[in-house]
Design a protein around this ligand. Sequence first.
Ligand SMILES: Nc1ncnc2c1ncn2[C@@H]1O[C@H](COP(=O)(O)OP(=O)(O)OP(=O)(O)O)[C@@H](O)[C@H]1O
Ligand SMILES: [Mg+2]
Length: 368
Amino acid sequence: MARVTLNGIRKIYSEGAQQVAVDRVDLDVKDGEFVVLVGPSGCGKSTTLRMIAGLESISAGTVKIGDRVVNDVPPKARDIAMVFQNYALYPHMSVRENLGFALKLRNMSAEDIDKRVKIAAATLGLDEYLDRKPRQLSGGQRQRVALGRAIVRQPQVFLFDEPLSNLDAQMRVSMRREIARLHQELKVTMIYVTHDQVEAMTLGDRIVVMNRGHVMQIDTPINLYEKPKNKFVAGFIGNPAMNFANGTIEGGGPSRFVAEGGEWEINLPSRVSAPLGSARGRAITMGIRPEDVSVVAGIRAAPATATARLDLVESLGNETFIYARAGRHDITARVSPQNLPPLGSKIVLAFNLEKAHFFDAVSGERIG
Ligand SMILES: Nc1ncnc2c1ncn2[C@@H]1O[C@H](COP(=O)(O)OP(=O)(O)OP(=O)(O)O)[C@@H](O)[C@H]1O
Ligand SMILES: [Mg+2]
C-alpha cells in the first residue's frame, strides 16, 4: 500500500494549438484512502490519472508513489493496476487464464498463480465462471473479471477510469457496492475517476472536484455538499442541482436579499446576514438546495417566502419535484407528496435560509 502525492502537476498537450489539460494540481492521497476525481467531460480527470499511471508524460510538477518520485519510472515499475471503461479481456482465454495472465508474464509459478486467482475469484464471486470464455459472461461478470485482473497483481495503488460506465443502471449500483466492499477488504489506496456524482459521493473518502484542468475543491462528500467553496462545486454536487438566484443584499441592520429584477425579495435573519456584511450592495448569488425550498399556504416573514408560478410537477412516488418561476428565476423544490394547484397557478415558496449559500457573483467564491 502507498500514499500518492501530486505536487503542482501540469499537462500541456502541444500537438497543434497548445492546451493546458491539467493545471497545477496538488493532491495528497493517504495510504489506504479512496479518492474520487469528478468533474464534467474534458476537465482533466483521465489525464491526471494517466499521469499517475505513467501512461502520459508530466509537463511540470512531481508525482510520488510512496516516497519515490515516479515521473520517469515506466508504468510497469510503478506497482499500480489500472481498470478502464473499455477493459479488453482476451476472448480466446478462459476467465481463469485472463485472471492469471499478468502473473504468468511475471514468471510466477503455476501454483502461486492458482492461489491468487482463486482468492480473487472468491472475492468477486467468480468461482463458478473460471472455465468460461468472456463471451459466455454478462457485462457485469466481465467487468468483475477486469477488476480481478487488477486484484491478482496485488498492486500498491488501484486506478480506475470510469470502470462502470458501460453497464446498465442496476448493474452499476451493484458493481459500485462491489468496489466499496473491495476497498474495505483490501484497504488499499484507490483513485477513481467518474463524471457521476452519485458514484463519487458514495465511494469516496474524499472527492476532488475538477473543472477545466483546475481543482475546485478537495473534501469529504458531506463537506462538499454542505460547504461548497464556490458556485461551481455547489452546482455540480447534488441532484436536482442547487437553485441559484442573482441579486443584492440591501439594508443596514436587518437586511434583505433582493432578487435581480426586483420581483421578489426576502428578509434575512441576522444569523444569516451577519457573515455577509462585506457583500452588502455587491452583486451576489444566493444558492439554495431543492430540499430547502417548500410550498406554503401564504406569504410569511419566517420562513422567508416568495410568490412563484407553478410550471411543472414531477411525482416520483416517495417525493415530488416542483419547478416554479419566481420573477426571472427558475426554482426547483423537492417536497413530500402533496396536493398542488393546477399548473400555471400562483404558489408561495418558502426558503430555509439557514441552509442558504452565498457566492460572489463575479468570482463565484463562497461568501461568509
Ligand atoms: N492527446 C491529446 N491531445 C490534445 N488534447 C488532449 C489529448 N487528450 C486529451 N486532451 C484534452 O485534454 C483535456 C482533458 O482531457 P481528459 O481526457 O483528461 O478529460 P476527462 O475529464 O477525462 O473527460 P471525460 O469525462 O470526457 O473522460 C480535454 O480538453 C481534452 O480535449
Ligand atoms: Mg476521461
